[in-house]
Ligand binder design. Structure first.
Ligand SMILES: NC(=O)c1ccc[n+]([C@@H]2O[C@H](COP(=O)([O-])OP(=O)(O)OC[C@H]3O[C@@H](n4cnc5c(N)ncnc54)[C@H](OP(=O)(O)O)[C@@H]3O)[C@@H](O)[C@H]2O)c1
Length: 298
């Protein structure tokens, strides 16, 4: 029987197995990432938790191993706020993995006070967009070699409030944490669109995802009373496991039922904002991202 809650939070399940597949989940130690990793491990995939804090990461590995019998899960250090760490992580992956079928760019920060990454990028733009852009660039050869493979970029409904401020990407002239988060999540959608165009012929598909409103630690920088107000709409708030559904849908659904470059919400294709469909901005963002990172990615 359909409950009121299931109207707001559609349920999902699939019995697809992923034996022999390898997945990387950034930010796999808590929240949506941990639930995504646990589900993938339960389907038989080898899962790499890519985390900045190895103590938390090893704890997550133990939790998943306890809950999923025979789970093949390991943790590797990755700080998306540091391009040197991203290079070391990628090098480690190339040294240990023969294949990579799913790269799940899930980690994220939200609504942080103004700060910069090790490389001097504003934190939201640096971690949520540039960090994952660079990681994908470095791992693309392995994804191509393992094709058919998929990249999932975890965006947000917040992208609809976003604008790519090319004249102030770092928010140095005028910083607002909500704007900075929204810009980074729009960047996730635009990156996905442009990536898909370039990699479809190689057998690497790309999808962006809005997980919905999920009860995780992402609100750690938001004032408590505001969080409490939002939580009064608890019927619409997903558990972390429910927050992982759309990412998992984009992994297990047969390719001919998916649209590479597309934006997904509640386990179905959805429409991103008009700004999220602007191919000119996507191309410019690609060029600017390459320039900022000092890479050539044609
Ligand atoms: N929760 C929601 O309502 C919601 C809604 C829309 C979109 N999203 C998106 O969903 C994704 C997952 O968020 P969540 O809700 O599960 O939040 P979360 O519980 O706060 O998890 C975020 C993860 O990102 C990791 N992370 C942050 N900075 C990092 C860095 N520099 N390098 C590597 N990892 C880093 C965190 O590591 P630590 O544990 O070390 O901090 C953590 O594992 C994010 O991209 C978020 O934007 C969430």
């Amino acid at each position: 029987m359909q409950t009121v809650r299931s109207f707001f939070v559609p349920q999902w399940s699939s019995d697809v197995r992923l034996d022999g597949k390898t997945a990387i989940v950034t930010g796999g130690n808590v929240g949506i990432g941990k639930e995504t990793a646990k589900d993938l491990a339960g389907r038989g995939a080898r899962v790499i938790l890519a985390c900045r804090d190895m103590v938390k990461a090893e704890q997550a590995v133990c939790d998943i191993m306890r809950e999923v019998k025979g789970a093949k899960v390991v943790a590797k250090q990755l700080d998306l706020a540091d391009t040197t760490s991203i290079c070391h992580f990628a090098e480690n992956v190339y040294n240990t993995e023969k294949a990579l079928h799913y790269l799940i760019n899930n980690a994220g920060v939200a609504f942080c006070p103004y700060a910069k990454t090790v490389d001097g990028f504003e934190t939201h733009f640096g971690v949520n967009h540039l960090g994952h852009f660079f990681l994908t660039f470095l791992l693309l050869d392995l994804l191509k070699h393992s094709a058919p493979s998929r990249v999932i970029n975890v965006s947000s409904m917040a992208h609809t409030m976003g604008k790519i401020q090319f004249d102030d990407l770092g928010g140095e002239k005028d910083y607002h944490p909500v704007r900075a988060y929204a810009q980074s999540k729009l960047a996730n959608v635009l990156f996905t669109r442009e990536l898909a165009k370039r990699t479809e012929v190689m057998g690497v598909m790309a999808y962006s995802v809005d997980p919905g409103m999920v009860n995780t630690e992402i609100t750690r920088h938001v004032m408590r009373p505001l969080v409490d107000i939002v939580k009064t709409f608890s019927m619409m708030i997903k558990t972390p496991a429910e927050g992982a559904y759309t990412t998992l849908h984009c992994i297990v659904t047969p390719e001919n039922q998916m649209h590479t470059g597309g934006y997904y919400r509640d386990c179905a294709r959805a429409q991103s904002s008009r700004a999220g469909q602007d191919d000119g901005t996507a191309l410019k963002l690609w060029a600017v991202s390459c320039h900022l990172l000092g890479i050539r990615w044609r």
